[in-house]
Design a protein around this ligand. Structure first.
Ligand SMILES: Cc1cc2nc3c(=O)[nH]c(=O)nc-3n(C[C@H](O)[C@H](O)[C@H](O)COP(=O)(O)O)c2cc1C
Length: 219
């Protein structure tokens, strides 16, 4: 591991969850395979409906394949995501300055997506017409992998924007018929530091017994 990297690692699960910000600025330095293996094993430890385990994890290091996908990722930014960021208000727990920084980081990742040394592409054998719950058998694995990366001091972000061009992108990555990619995790050593995530008050989104009824004592 390069000097000074991975220092943000820790094992307290609550600390990890509360500081697992989207890390969009990543160094191009290589990541040891042993760490990627740990992340993949954490993904496979996740639940899937009926324990069917119809997932496949395509690890991409190939610069040409990553670049081919980045072209569509950028296209989707220019067409949809950029304008949406520019015209929408800050989300709960954020403010205009923080939201601006988020937008800048999103744009940075867009331009440097393919430079992350390793991608894990989370795929699912979901058949021709996946239903509403299809993703629930792959996103637990995705979250486990993000948590594992964070625990190892590696940065990543859950990205799904590529699915706006899913046919083109899945073909570029060689995902066969019957499978679809559900998330791409660009992984690398972070340039910045992990820090607390920004969320609104929990009491705004939790109800007790009746919809809209506060849960006493919850802040
Ligand atoms: C379903 C989903 C899709 C996402 N897709 C992208 C993406 O394509 N690109 C990106 O930069 N971030 C993506 N994100 C990351 C979110 O924007 C990020 O988690 C959110 O802004 C909260 O930021 P934080 O995790 O740093 O607190 C995605 C997150 C989720 C849950």
């Amino acid at each position: 591991m390069p000097e000074g990297q991975g220092q943000a690692s820790g094992t307290d699960v609550f600390e990890i969850m509360h500081t697992m910000r989207a890390m969009r600025r990543l160094k191009p330095d290589p990541v040891p395979d042993e760490l990627i293996f740990k992340i993949l094993a954490a993904g496979q430890a996740a639940a899937s409906g009926g324990n069917t385990q119809r997932w496949r994890f395509l690890v991409l290091k190939d610069p040409a394949k990553k670049k081919a996908v980045q072209v569509y990722y950028k296209k989707a930014f220019d067409e949809v995501v950029g304008p949406r960021y520019a015209s929408s208000p800050p989300p709960p727990g954020s403010d205009p300055a923080r939201y601006k920084r988020q937008h800048a980081a999103v744009e940075y990742l867009t331009d440097h997506y393919h430079e992350a040394p390793v991608w894990i592409v989370a795929c699912l054998e979901d058949g021709a017409n996946p239903g509403r719950t299809a993703g629930s058998s792959i996103y637990p694995a995705v979250q486990n992998m993000l948590l594992a990366a964070r625990a190892l001091g590696l940065g990543s972000t859950l990205t799904t924007r590529h699915t706006q061009y899913e046919k083109e992108v899945d073909a570029a990555m060689g995902v066969p018929p019957g499978y679809h990619s559900y998330a791409i995790l660009p992984i690398g050593y972070p340039m910045g530091r992990f820090g607390p995530v920004g969320r609104g008050p929990l009491s705004d989104v939790v109800y007790l017994d009746d919809w809209g009824k506060p849960y006493p004592g919850l802040k």
